[in-house]
Design a protein around this ligand. Structure first.
Ligand code: SF4
Length: 222
C-alpha cells in the first residue's frame, strides 16, 4: 500500500531529470540570500572556519573566529604557538584537541607543499590532515571551483523527500545529485537545500502548504 502510494506520487511529479532545473530556479528565487553562513576574509580563514564547523553551528564558529582571526593571520601563526594555546583559543567549538591538531597539521602541509596557499583541487584538499571530503567540497565550492556536491543532513533529507535519490549514504547521494544537477550549480545547490531545509522543509514538520516545490515534490503533504 505504502509502496504504491510512493509510486503514484513519483508518477504525479514526473522524472527527476525534468524537475531538477525548475526546482533549482524556484529555490534560487525563494532563497536569494542562500550562501555559506561562515565569516572569513581569506582562503586560509575559509579553510579553518570549515574545519572548526564540524559538530557545531556556524554561529558558534563565527563567534570564535571573530577573535581567532585577529591573532592568527597566516599559516605560520598557527605553528608559532604551543598546541595547548590554540586548543584554548578554539575551545568553544568543541572537539578542540582533534581540531587544533588537524589545523596545525594542515598549516604545516600548506607551508611545506603549497607555498602557504590553499589548493583548489579536491584531491589536494583531502590530503590535508583532518580534511574529509565534505570539508574539501565546501572549500572548493567557496573558492569558485566546485568539484562535488556537499551532502549534509539537510541536503540528504531534502534530496530524499524530493525523490532525487533513494540512498542514505552521503557518497551515493552525492553521486546521484552529480548526475542531474547542472555543473554550474554544484556550489549553490547545497546552500539552496540547506536554507530551504531550515526555513520550510523542516526535519520534523515540513511546511508543505507554504512550499514553492509543492507540485514538484513526491513527498508533499497538504
Ligand atoms: S513539498 Fe513538503 S516535503 Fe516537499 S520539499 Fe516542500 S516542504 Fe519538503
Amino acid at each position: 500500500m505504502a509502496r504504491s502510494f510512493v509510486g503514484e506520487a513519483r508518477k504525479r511529479v514526473g522524472p527527476k531529470r525534468e524537475r531538477i532545473v525548475p526546482i533549482i530556479e524556484r529555490l534560487r528565487a525563494e532563497h536569494a540570500d542562500a550562501r555559506i553562513a561562515l565569516r572569513f576574509r581569506s582562503d586560509v580563514e575559509l579553510l579553518v572556519s570549515v574545519m572548526l564547523s564540524a559538530q557545531t553551528t556556524d554561529v558558534n564558529v563565527n563567534r570564535v573566529t571573530a577573535t581567532l582571526f585577529e591573532k592568527y593571520r597566516r599559516p605560520e601563526d598557527y605553528l608559532a604557538v604551543p598546541q595547548e594555546e590554540l586548543e584554548r583559543d578554539i575551545y568553544a567549538t568543541g572537539f578542540f584537541r582533534q581540531k587544533a591538531k588537524a589545523i596545525r597539521g594542515t598549516m604545516a602541509m600548506l607551508i611545506e607543499e603549497y607555498d602557504g596557499r590553499v589548493p583548489r583541487r579536491l584531491e589536494d584538499l583531502v590530503r590535508l590532515p583532518g580534511v574529509a571530503r565534505k570539508t574539501a567540497n565546501v572549500v572548493a565550492a567557496e573558492l569558485g571551483e566546485p568539484q562535488g556536491i556537499v551532502v549534509d543532513t539537510h541536503v540528504r533529507r531534502l534530496s530524499q523527500r524530493l525523490g532525487l535519490t533513494r540512498h542514505d549514504d552521503p557518497v551515493k547521494i552525492e553521486r546521484d545529485l552529480q548526475r542531474i544537477v547542472p555543473r554550474a550549480d554544484w556550489g549553490l545547490f547545497p546552500h539552496l537545500l540547506i536554507w530551504h531545509g531550515r526555513r520550510v522543509c523542516i526535519a520534523r514538520v515540513p511546511q508543505c502548504p507554504d512550499c514553492v516545490l509543492l507540485d514538484l515534490c513526491p513527498s508533499a503533504r497538504i
